[in-house]
Design a protein. Structure first.
Length: 384
């Protein structure tokens, strides 16, 4: 008989990312939960006394599991938990994954590697896994026959510092803040274009059946965009980036940007309750080429609308008009709801020649309504 192999996560390891079905979402993208402590409970089944005891203990600590300090995820591998209604979500704080195929449990070492749907639950290593706000492993606690693991888990989580100081002090997100990218006159011109032409509701990209698909969901994102089609203006904008943004990215990240995607003036309006919930910008095949996102404010007469990076704390960033926040597309980020006025912004993506090859190769994975990409032969930055 072949020896069963298990993943063995240790403190400091990066936790595996995954997508799995939850109680209210057919494809919950786990990495978007970053920004607070996470407790994963691989209980296998809520139908026995050990599973019931684990759930009851966590439910007794709503002051901990409130989505601000920590979130709890139960991972069930027993289809009867769903069929008989043994597990329910309670938001904020308490969620669950239906892991009937064993995918998540295998990633985290609770089931053997290669476990198939309906795998032998007797092979399970029932355990708790605690993650920090950047989704790195803090502690793995195995279930004990006497149930002592429950108190060990609660004591450990209760003693953790606030999420914003999980590293022992407050962290600065690994971003660049660059004032004076656009002059005041250019900001005014761009806002004028939006006000003259108006904007259309902006969606976001999501992988659906293997295709990068444009999704509209105002609970997740609410923003209107105007697409710039004036080639002379586009060249002006490229010139500002070549002189003022590209050298700073090269200095900080050792990547020479040669391409620019998307020339839009965006409007987050208070009357729309505009916002963009936490997301990453390169999680589909059609967006995998994106290396850096740039957010340039064009005005200051608004409240809310700040860009934040939940993995590194709650602080929001609001650069002055013409100033930019530059960040890796892999970072989890959000835009808070605009509560007064309108936030106008210029929001391109940047990448290089090697990433352009990825973009073109992934044309086959674009869904309906997503424009295919052809590598430009002249001005490489003009790739809209």
């Amino acid at each position: 008989m072949a020896v069963k192999s298990y993943a063995n996560l240790l403190a400091g390891d990066t936790a595996p990312w995954f997508s799995q079905r939850s109680a209210n979402n057919p494809r919950y993208v786990f990495d978007t939960a970053a920004g607070r402590y996470i407790v994963l409970c691989f209980l296998m089944s809520a139908g026995d006394e050990r599973g019931k005891a684990a759930l009851a203990a966590v439910r007794s600590r709503p002051q901990i599991f409130n989505d601000a300090n920590a979130s709890f995820f139960a991972i069930s591998n027993d289809p009867a938990d769903e069929e008989e209604g043994r597990l329910t979500e309670s938001i904020p704080g308490y969620r669950l994954f239906w892991d009937h195929d064993g995918h998540v449990a295998s990633l985290y070492g609770a089931l053997p590697r290669g476990t198939k749907a309906g795998g032998n639950i007797l092979d399970a290593r029932r355990q708790w896994v605690v993650l920090d706000p950047t989704l790195r492993v803090l502690k793995v606690i195995a279930f004990q026959k006497d149930g002592s693991d429950i108190q060990s888990l609660l004591d450990y989580v209760e003693a953790l510092p606030p999420p914003s100081r999980f590293a022992g002090f407050e962290l600065q997100a690994p971003i660049l803040v660059l004032p004076d990218i656009f002059e005041p006159e250019l900001c005014t011109r761009l806002i004028g274009l939006y006000e003259k032409h108006g904007g259309t509701e902006s969606g976001f990209m999501r992988e659906v059946n293997g295709k990068t698909t444009l999704i509209q969901d105002t609970a997740h994102k609410r923003r209107k965009d105007y697409t710039i089609d004036d080639n002379d203006l586009i060249r002006e904008l490229q010139g500002r980036f070549t002189r003022r943004v590209v050298p700073q990215i090269l200095k900080a990240h050792q990547l020479k940007v040669t391409r620019m995607e998307r020339y839009i003036v965006s409007c987050y309006a208070a009357e729309d309750e505009a916002h963009f919930r936490a997301h990453r910008d390169n999680t589909t095949k059609g967006t995998a080429h994106r290396r850096f996102a740039v957010s340039i404010n064009l005005n200051s007469e608004f409240d809310g609308g700040e860009v934040s990076f939940p993995e590194y704390g709650p602080r929001g960033f609001k650069p002055p008009p013409g100033g930019a926040v530059v960040f890796s597309c892999s970072l989890l980020h959000a835009v808070s709801k605009v509560t007064r006025g309108r936030r106008y912004a210029f929001l391109p993506f940047l990448y290089d020649d090697e990433a352009a090859k990825i973009r073109e190769a992934n044309n086959a994975f674009l869904g309906d309504g997503v424009n295919a990409y052809n590598s430009p032969t002249t001005n490489k930055q003009d790739s809209r």
